[in-house]
Structures are given as C-alpha cells and as structure tokens.
Ligand binder design. Structure first.
Ligand code: HSE
Length: 419
C-alpha cells in the first residue's frame, strides 16, 4: 500500500483537529482510499500541547530543515496562520518537492504566484481547500465540479465571526462590542479580530475563490473592502422592518473580460437563501451559465470542520500521481480588466434636524444627480431612503451634496442592497 508521510507545522486549533482526524481515521482511509497516511513529523514548540494530543516526542522536529530533508515526508500541512514564517517554510518545502496543504488564506492570497513558481521548480502540488469556508468543499466544487460552466458570479458569507456578530445583533438586538467579545471567546475570530471585522479575511478568501472561478488571478488590491465595525444595530432593525437581512458579503462578477470584486456589509432580501445562514455558519452562492445557481453551506471555521478539508487535501495529494497546481495563463494582472466602479441599490439613513423639511431637500438633491429614490420613510429624527440601481461613484458624490445640506446632521448609514 502506498505510504504518505505527513508533517504538520503548528498544532493549534486546526493542526490539532487534523492530527485527531488523521489518527482516528487512519484505518478508514486505508480501507477506502487505499493509501496509508501517517503523521511522520510535527513542528511545534509547545510541549504541553504535544502531550495533550498524545504525540510521540520522537517525531517533534527541531526545525523546518529537518522536515524538508526527510525523504519519508511527502506532504507538509501548515497551520501557523499569518504570512511569516509560513510563507518561507512552505516555499522551502515546495522547492524540496513536498506538496503543501494549507488553511492560510492571508499567506496564500498574497503569495500564490511565488508558491506556484516554487511548486513548479520542485515538482510539487498546492492544496488549499481549507483556506476558504473551512470544511465546505467550495474549492473542489469550483475546480472539479463546474468545468462545463462559465462562472459569472459568486456571492458568499465567508467569515464566521462577522456572521455571528451580525446575526446576534439582528436577532437579539445585542450591541456590536458585546457580540465581538463573545465571538472571540468562542474562538471564531482571528488572533487579531480586525482581520475579521474589517473584511480582510473575507477579501483574502474572495481573491482565492474568484481567481479559481474565473480562471484569472484576482489580486487582493483589486477588491473593494469595507468591514462591519461601524454597523449600527438601529439599521439592522430598520432593515428587518423593510424585509432585509444584513450580511458581510464577498461578491464578485465576471462577464468574460471584466471582473468586479468587493467585500462589504449588504442588505439581502430576507427570502434570499443566504439570509437564512446564521451564526458562525458560512455559505457560498455561485452562478454558472449551465448549472444556474448552486449554494454550498456549512462550518467555515473550527478544529474538526477545517481539519476535514485539510485531510481531504492530504488524501487528494497522496492519491494522485500528477501534482495539482492552478496556473493562470495570464501571469501578469491586466489592470484594465478589473472594474473600478460597481452598481447596486442603496439604503441610506440620514440624521436630520427637521426631518420633513430634510426629506424634500434630500430627495431633490439625489434626484438631481440621477439617483432614483424608490422609498422614503421617517424614523424619529432619521430619514431612510431606498434607491434604484446606481453607480457607487455617483452615490458617493451624491452623498457629499446631501451632507452639505443645512438640514442634514450626518449620513447615519449607507448600506448596499443586493438581490
Ligand atoms: N476567523 C475566520 C472566520 C476563521 O471567522 O471565518 C476561518 O477562516
């Protein structure tokens, strides 16, 4: 039976979950997949953790060089998170012919091209199912189950922390800070939760998923990004009354040439399938020209769900004779194929001194610059407006005009409305 030696770099939450699955399911994998996967080495300084997981101290490596020079190791799985030292260690592994498996979306989205070059040089493969949407097999779906389609759009809840926060704020009316603290206590958030709440984590995932969906590298600097830290519970409540649910969405669209990619909080109609995705769950909604809409749903984070995706990649890497990489025909990113503007509907909340008076003036200011106002309502001292489809650039300059009106105190919220 083919033997696959694995090294685990880091034994934190996901590394520990992966070790657990690989050991408890070793016989099961032998029986079903016909390969014997064995953890041959671990790189972890925390002795207590090694003891806790019941790992033989003899397989603890002293450094990365010991791992990359070991001929019995075929696959290196990384769980450090962050760019360094993960990037340097994985480049070394690839150059030495070891395929890599990673859940590290930040490092992967920022270093994909360099990893690919090193993989080519070493004759190794790149596997990163766990980098996006944890245990949900979205990457395999995009690459191996939708080949007969041109994918034209992707819309997803790809960050569990923000979905947990927005769900609780919306369902229980709990304020943002309290929800963030519980998300941290529950272990959903990144070490620095700014990566979650400011949309960076979703942007890294959007870059990876959109690149695979459109067979075109979509770098992170081409993705518009906005987080949820300034979301007011008041807007979630008004949104619900209007039939909307707020989600932090990773969105991208591709028409064959131009690509648009963004991450921001958005209102979705309550009946949209993504609106029912609550708590730390994730889901991705994809449109292919032949298959139409599909949606994948599940746990986007956590020890065993993410470990499940890692193990699936290790088995894939171990079973296939050819190594898998996703080279893009056009290595150089062509700036003129990325949209610099986008269009959507909007929810605007304006805080005004004299609401009735402001209503007329704000609607007139918006209409004058071509923004169609489809609904206006007043909520205490706030004026709430819903618009038709408008360009983001037009909306931003329209808001400058609204802000300058005497009767307007401030723009309380601007939320894009997606369908
Ligand atoms: N912090 C991430 C999340 C973990 O909340 O989704 C999984 O990538």
């Amino acid at each position: 039976m083919k033997k696959i030696g694995v090294a685990l770099l880091g034994l934190g939450v996901v590394g520990g979950g992966t070790y657990e699955i690989l050991t408890t399911k070793r016989d099961y994998i032998r029986a079903n997949d016909g390969i014997d996967v064995e953890v041959k080495s671990v790189l972890e300084r925390n002795e207590a953790r090694i003891k806790e997981l019941g790992i033989d101290p003899a397989i603890v490596a002293k450094d990365i060089d010991e791992i990359v020079s070991n001929p019995d190791i075929h696959v290196v799985a990384e769980f450090f998170g962050g760019v360094e030292p993960a990037r340097t260690f994985l480049l070394k592994a690839l150059e030495n012919g070891k395929s890599i498996v990673t859940a590290n979306k930040e490092m992967f989205s920022k270093s994909w091209s360099d990893l690919e070059k090193a993989a080519k040089k070493g004759g190794a493969g790149l596997y990163f199912e766990a980098s996006c949407v944890g245990g949900v097999p979205i990457i395999r779906t995009l690459t191996d189950a939708m080949q007969g389609n041109h994918i034209t759009s992707l819309k997803g809840i790809v960050n569990g922390t923000t979905n947990y926060i927005l769900s609780r704020m919306s369902d229980e009316g709990v304020d943002y800070d309290t929800c963030l603290k519980s998300a941290q206590a529950l272990g959903y958030a990144e070490a620095n939760p700014t990566a979650d709440v400011d949309g960076f984590d979703a942007m890294y995932k959007n870059s990876i998923l959109s690149s695979l969906a459109y067979k075109k590298r979509v770098p992170i600097d081409k993705i518009y990004r906005e987080g949820i830290s300034s979301v007011d519970v008041k807007d979630l409540k008004i949104g619900r009354e209007l039939g909307y649910t707020m989600k932090l969405l990773a969105i991208s669209k591709h028409d064959g040439k131009m690509t648009e990619a963004r991450v921001h909080p958005a209102f979705l109609p309550t009946e949209h399938p993504l609106s029912g995705v609550k708590g730390s769950f994730n889901a991705v909604f994809v449109h292919g020209d032949n298959v139409d809409d599909i949606m994948l749903y599940g746990r986007g984070a956590g020890s065993l769900p993410t470990g499940s995706a890692i193990v699936s990649d290790i088995i894939f890497a171990g079973k296939t004779e050819t190594v898998r990489r996703f080279s893009f025909e056009e290595e150089d990113v062509k700036d003129d194929t990325f949209a610099t503007d986008f269009s959507t509907e909007y929810y605007i909340r304006v805080e005004a001194s004299l609401v009735q008076d402001a209503s007329v003036k704000v609607v007139s200011a918006l209409t004058k610059v071509g923004v169609e106002v489809v609904k206006v309502l007043t909520k205490d001292n706030d004026l709430v407006l819903l618009t038709g489809t408008t360009n983001e650039s037009t909306m931003q300059s329209a808001l400058d005009t609204v802000r300058a009106l005497d009767c307007v105190n401030k723009i309380g919220a601007l939320v894009r409305v997606e369908r």
